[in-house]
Design a protein around this ligand. Sequence first.
Ligand SMILES: [Zn+2]
Length: 364
Amino acid sequence: MEPTILYIVVLPTVFRVALCGGTHGNELSGVYLVRERLKRKRKVEEEDHIYVVTVMSNPRAVQQCRRYTETDLNRCFTHATLSGPVTDKTPYEIVRSQELNTLLGPKGSPEAMDLVCDLHNTTANMGLCLIAYSDCDWISLHIYRYLQRQMSDIPVRFIHFDLPLNEAYSLDSVGKHGFAIEIGPQAHGVVRSNILSTMQEGVQHMLEWIHLFNSGTQFEGGKVDVYTMVKNVDYPRDFETRGITAAIHPQLQDRDFCLLRPNDPVFQTFSGETLKYKGTEPLYPFFINECAYYEKGIALSLARQRSVGIPSIRSEREGEQRKRKSSAEEMEEEEEIKGEMEEEGYQKLIEYGEESDSLNGQYN
Ligand SMILES: [Zn+2]
């Protein structure tokens, strides 16, 4: 008989939550969701078990309805950029990234927000995606599974960019936990009611989950599918002018997360020729024909799908608070648990609360 796997990981509550929109000023679902919350409520909401800060990340770009004014804000949150010098000539978005890091971070520190959720839109047909840098952050993965179960009318997926924290470049990397919620298709500069409602619903379910978690609900473990980014594919380009010479093939357009096999059509050149996928490994395409990525030289991205085991989790109860660890130590520990979960099959209870109580209460 197969031994039963019973893991219960006890984690600190997710009390301080940042909800950010307008990081890209023309992705209007997040802009209007944040604007409405700021209109209806105070900037900071404090309810039982949860404290939410609502942030318009790039107000200048929002005002101009552009992705950014000088440089892409959502590429500015690496350690290098956040700790770089600021002069009169520093682009607005770099200055703003440092302000946001002060407000919501500092990134990698015990003072950072427990969770940063950043709202985005894509022109690609991606449904709702959570995008994160870790595939073993149990909080993010449990929220993902909760959204998947609660929102049956839209596909909900999890994209994992495999980068270390210091190289992680997006706003959500400032929090102890964090992810972007990316919803599409919606043209930039346009707001569609169906996409906005989906985003509102997603945010509501996320806050609901956090509330339940903080109130002591135990969430059962299981398996979830995760798409790990493998590579970006650029458009075919003219050797001299560098201008693009083909568009996404009609058979690939809008087919995000449909398996792309060797020799499947990828591009149709402007002279009508079909260009095929030359890779040997079947992979899942996403961000197909994303408007904002023409300037970045990305026609689509490719991911590998994996099934990831997640343990049962609950929040720590009074007296269980553990000594705060650095993000690096936490990540190492999570990796270890992941390894053990893969190797072992016997009953096990993992308690995070046993080391010291010297920092008790800092989350209250
Ligand atoms: Zn965006």
